[in-house]
Design a protein around this ligand. Structure first.
Ligand code: GLU
Length: 489
């Protein structure tokens, strides 16, 4: 069998993390089986749908590296791939059901339905079947009078819908629990349950992998497949994603849109890796997976039935792992964009930012956090710790700093090599002059450059500060030491 899967978003908002996981599982399944991935836009909710969202969803998918073989923006033999462009097709299929007596017109108004809903024998207030028995003459008369009608599917009675869900196992639902549902609304627009079946049939979908919230619709859809004489696809319903407090993931508790993570400088491969593990567990303890490894390892049979918990701390940890192993050139390109998006100007440019990343990346959960580190390398005035202040008062600190300054001024170019060499020589010379080196030299230099007694390697810090700022810092720190009354000169 050729595997054909689809992702069918309603373009009413950005791509949610949970939907990204749905796409990923579809995508992995397709790639594992040499199948095709289709992207289709379920845009029949005209009020809420907007192509702007469709484009944004496509963009987020591309950013994640999840491509599709057919569909919106890709074309293909089963198009068009937007439901609003397929209305003719749905009408043909409605007619097919009509001809087999599987449908009836329903003239009930929302008010009628509401008034009777309380008495409905269906658990969730389904339809009581009032128009099921209308005679052909009455229907014809009312249509002629211009009364508008929806089309309902005649659910077969006294039978069961049974199917095996690839995640949830065997499922059986009595049709007594399913009321006759609308397949074509009064405005001529098909309902989700009907359009999705027509689309999945005509697009040759073999596996429907989707969110668990649609499990309730599946028996209805299977009834439609049966009525149309079509073989239903295999179904896999993936569990909800909850936040740490056990509630459905919501904006209130943190970012839910993939785009928000992109803007904060999470790496797409970290997001993919993280969401792959939201509901799927590999056989061993491995946690870091490339997309290729996921294609090889992912197993629909190991997708959990219980809800997954979204833990941003875990995502931060994972993103840091990726930041540590990613080429700093690429990180710098991404970070320039991320910081620009946050309104942070990187006056000294991309190469300088790349060097900053090299120095601080082990502390980054995402690239937007660079903004908090930049002042360390750009501000003239720094906070000075008591230990740093004290080291500036040591007996030889004045001499050390004077000599450091004059050598710094003489260096042709500031590179980690040239600065490293200069510091080594300075240490040697001071030792010769005073009898002590090491801490006596490096501590006051560090204190005067950063206000701290620990931190980045000096040979990395100095080139990042640059000559001008390094000199200003030293001046600032020395003055602060003088003002605090512990003059060392
Ligand atoms: N448009 C539906 C949604 O966004 C997709 C339903 C399906 O995959 O069948 O939830």
């Amino acid at each position: 069998m050729t595997v054909r899967v689809r992702y069918a978003p309603s373009p009413t908002g950005p791509l949610h993390i949970g939907s990204a996981r749905t796409v990923l599982y579809n995508w992995l399944f397709a790639r594992q089986h040499g199948g095709k991935m289709i992207l289709r836009s379920e845009d029949t909710d005209r009020e809420r749908s907007d192509v702007k969202w469709e484009q944004e969803i496509c963009q987020s998918l591309r950013w994640l590296g999840l491509d599709w073989d057919e569909g919106v923006d890709a074309g293909g033999d089963c198009g068009p791939y937007r439901q609003t462009q397929r209305l003719e097709l749905y009408r043909d299929y409605i007619q097919r059901l009509e001809q087999q007596g599987r449908t009836y017109y329903c003239f009930c108004t929302p008010e009628d339905l509401e008034a009777r809903r309380q008495q409905s024998r269906y658990e969730h207030g389904g339809y009581d079947g009032a128009c099921r028995q209308l005679s052909a003459q009455e229907v014809a008369r009312r249509l002629e009078q211009g009364e508008s009608a929806a089309v309902r599917f005649r659910v077969p009675r006294d039978t069961k819908v049974e199917f095996n869900d690839l995640v949830r196992g065997d499922i059986a639902v009595e049709t007594a629990e399913i009321s006759d549902f609308v397949i074509l609304k009064k405005d001529g627009i098909p309902t989700y349950n009907f359009a999705v079946v027509v689309d999945d049939v005509t697009m040759g979908i073999s596996h429907v992998i989707r969110a668990n919230e649609h499990l309730i619709n599946t028996p209805r859809q299977i009834l439609l497949y049966q009525a149309l004489g079509e073989q239903p696809p295999a179904f896999a319903h993936i569990s909800l994603i909850l936040d740490k407090s056990g509630r459905k993931m919501s904006k209130r508790m943190g970012d839910t849109a993939v785009d928000a993570y992109a803007q904060k400088g999470y790496l797409p491969e970290a997001i993919v890796n993280y969401i792959a593990l939201l509901g799927w567990s590999p056989e061993d303890e491995q946690e870091i997976f490339s997309l290729e490894e996921l294609v090889a390892e992912f197993d629909m049979g190991r997708v959990s039935r219980s809800p997954a918990i979204f833990d941003v701390k875990k995502l931060d940890w994972m993103n840091n792992q990726y930041i540590m192993q990613t080429d700093t050139g690429r990180l710098a390109d991404m970070a320039m964009e991320v910081l620009a998006g946050q309104g942070v100007e990187v006056a000294r440019g991309r190469e300088w930012l790349r060097q900053v990343i090299e120095v601080v990346r082990d502390e980054l959960a995402n690239l937007a956090q660079l903004a908090e580190f930049l002042p360390e390398f750009t501000e003239e005035e720094v906070e000075i710790s008591p230990q740093a202040m004290e080291s500036l008062t040591w007996e030889h600190s004045g001499l050390v700093l004077d000599q450091f300054i004059s050598r710094l001024k003489q260096l042709d170019s500031l590179t980690s090599d040239s600065v490293g060499e200069m510091l080594k020589q300075l240490n040697k010379d001071i030792k010769k002059q005073t009898g002590s080196g090491g801490k006596t030299v490096f501590m006051p230099v560090r204190a005067a450059l950063s206000g701290q007694t620990s931190g980045q390697e000096l040979y990395l810090l100095v080139p990042l500060l640059g000559r001008e700022l390094a000199l200003k810092r030293i001046d600032f720190c020395r003055r602060a030491a003088t003002d605090s009354g512990v003059n060392n000169e």
